[in-house]
Design a protein around this ligand. Structure first.
Ligand code: C2E
Ligand code: CA
Ligand code: CA
Length: 567
């Protein structure tokens, strides 16, 4: 204890009591408190653990901590502490780098004050240290734990193999509340919802405020879907009655997704991607009914989260297992190859080939998806250049997910790839689906306009399958519409299908777009469609999606099945 007087027990108890009070206020920060007469301190345990200090209780803590302060910041720190203990200063507010146990330095802000007794004698020096490299886990508005806390909790459940059910709940049309009643009222609504969730669900699990108007629940007790659905319906009923804003009761509609996690093969990010997918389903297609993730996937649903986990890992692992197939597009008149659509595949030993429909919808909003999108574009352009050596005007079609379009750096990244591959942008066609209606129309219009200004074509994929195909065609500058194969499947026997496709070609004509019809499977279908003003065909009748080598081979040989591709 070299040189320090031992602190009496009652003074230590008083220090503890004050320290507890400091800790409550300190929230997410490290807290310290020093009895100045004995130079005896108590510091947050997390801090002493993170930085490898001797213990929570220390004599001469200032000198010990100083050893951890970066040599370049040490003088200023020393001076500050000296000023406080000599009475020259009543507090401090400084920033310095401090060395963690692992030898790395974290930037910390340290604020402290001196508390004096009635006679003006300094008694305590206490304050808080905020570590800048550590994310705060508390949402300031609602006081609930935030996303970082949410991810941490999921991870710790997985690590400790504790089964859980997670639910993500959002407030529908929250932007309208902000617009109608103002931002402050919007904040008040979030606080009320947070408060109610905590009171209502608190004893059954943890509640979290996620980004925007989303909240989450993690529960260990209600791991069955039915239980969670009951809770969700209670919440829904409560908020439908309205929350009070001034004199008014404003009804709130909710939407929600849920997932049960008990296999522990997955990680927190995959779980969140699945959860988000179910949440979007509830919002877009289920009018707010709670959607369970597992019901959404294929027969092999038990393994689906684990499978997605593998797929996500592949993205991180230099896209191992991903490859592209190309489905030829032919000119409707000559039936010669004029282009192809790149279609993504993923394969590994455990799961075999997983079709894109099974993972793209779930992953498209995942933070990892954009790098995969860039890989797809880069690979497709590189392969297309090979084909262009034989068919110079060959056009490559690449599919986009709507979430890619939303990224602020999207157009730059497209132009970079076009430049790096020295690809002629006139021969690139980007396909976007009806789901793009979820984006801000102005933003979408800007993105499309800037891509088209550089020569890139834009196609509206799966035309006719959604409610808003016509509206999109009218409001956005599409070069091509791709009529979904659902409209031609029965075209040989059903006259109404014939008329419908005809009307699509008329509509496209009004807006100056070309028409490509997908899903041509028989010569009969082709014969019917040949008389309409259709620009190109795609379908199994011509070719299934095939590897680049197959396309190159059939272009090089004079005979063979894909003779229509000859130029
Ligand atoms: P899509 O863009 O509508 O692609 C056409 C799908 O129809 C392909 O399925 C293709 O194999 C299939 N198909 C083509 N001709 C015929 C036919 O004659 N009969 C039948 N029954 N089917 C035909 P695939 O490859 O399984 O792709 C499914 C969906 O996954 C695609 O639909 C697209 O939405 C998405 N997708 C595929 N690759 C990518 C990609 O690289 N990026 C993005 N964002 N989405 C992709
Ligand atoms: Ca497509
Ligand atoms: Ca399509």
């Amino acid at each position: 204890m070299n040189g320090y007087d031992k602190i009496p027990e009652e003074r230590k108890q008083q220090l503890d009591a004050l320290f507890e009070a400091f800790s409550i206020i300190g929230d997410d920060t490290y807290v310290y408190l020093c009895d100045m007469q004995y130079d005896f301190s108590r510091w947050s345990k997390v801090l002493t653990d993170d930085f490898g200090l001797p213990g929570e209780y220390m004599y001469g803590a200032g000198a010990i901590w100083e050893e951890h302060v970066h040599p370049e910041d040490r003088n200023a720190f020393h001076q500050g502490i000296d000023d406080i203990f000599s009475g020259r200063s009543g507090g401090h507010d400084m920033q310095y780098r401090a060395r963690r146990k692992d030898g790395e330095y974290d930037v910390c802000t340290c604020r402290g004050i001196v508390i004096k007794d009635v006679s003006g004698q300094p008694v305590y020096f206490g304050g808080a240290i905020r570590n800048h490299s550590q994310q705060s886990h508390i949402d300031r508005l609602t006081g609930l734990r935030n996303q970082y806390g949410f991810f941490e909790d999921i991870r710790s459940h997985i690590d400790n193999k504790i089964p859980m059910r997670v639910c993500l709940i959002g407030i529908s049309k929250f932007a309208e509340i902000n617009e109608l009643y103002g931002y402050t009222a919007g904040n008040a609504v979030l606080q009320m919802v947070g408060r109610y969730l905590m009171d209502h669900v608190g004893n059954r699990g943890g509640t979290f405020r996620m980004d925007g108007s989303k909240f989450a629940i993690i529960t260990e007790t209600q791991t069955y879907y039915d239980d969670m659905e009951r809770t969700y319906e209670e919440l829904r009923a409560h908020f439908r009655e309205g929350v009070r804003l001034g004199e008014e009761y404003v009804p709130l509609e909710l939407h929600g997704g849920t997932i049960g996690i008990d296999d522990f093969i997955t990680d927190e990010e995959t779980a969140y991607a699945c959860l988000n997918y179910a949440y979007d389903e509830s919002k877009v297609n289920k009018q707010g009914d709670l959607v369970e993730f597992r019901n959404e996937l294929s027969a092999d649903n038990i393994k689906s989260a684990a499978k997605l986990h593998s797929i996500r890992n592949s993205i991180n692992n230099e896209f191992e297992g991903f490859y592209l197939l190309y489905q030829p597009v032919v000119d409707a008149k000559t039936e010669r190859l004029i282009g192809a659509e790149a279609l993504l595949r993923w394969k590994n030993d455990r799961y075999g080939m997983v079709p894109p429909d099974e993972f793209i919808p779930v992953l498209e909003k995942d933070p990892l998806f954009p790098v995969l999108g860039e890989w797809i574009l880069y690979t497709a352009l590189t392969d297309a250049k090979n084909i262009q050596r034989i068919v110079p005007d060959f056009i490559i079609n690449v599919n986009l997910s709507y979430a890619q379009l939303e990224r602020p750096d999207f157009t730059d990244s497209v132009w970079n790839i076009v430049k790096n591959t020295r690809f002629d942008p006139q021969k690139l066609c980007l396909e976007i689906t009806e789901r793009c209606r979820l984006l801000d129309m102005k933003l979408l219009n800007n993105v499309m306009t800037s891509l088209r200004a550089g020569g890139i074509r834009i196609a509206l994929d799966d035309f006719g399958t959604g409610f808003s195909s016509m509206g999109l065609l009218k409001n956005l500058p599409f070069d091509i519409i791709k009529v979904d194969r659902g409209f031609v499947q029965k075209i040989e026997e059903d006259d109404r299908e014939r008329r419908l496709v005809y009307s699509f070609t008329e509509a496209a004509g009004i807006f100056g777009a070309d028409v490509c019809v997908e899903g041509i499977e028989t010569s009969g279908m082709r014969n019917i469609l040949k008389d309409m003003s259709i620009h190109s065909f795609q379908g199994y009748f011509y070719s299934k999606p095939v590897g680049l080598d197959v396309i190159l081979e059939s272009l090089q040989s004079d005979s063979g099945e894909m003779c229509f591709m000859k130029h």
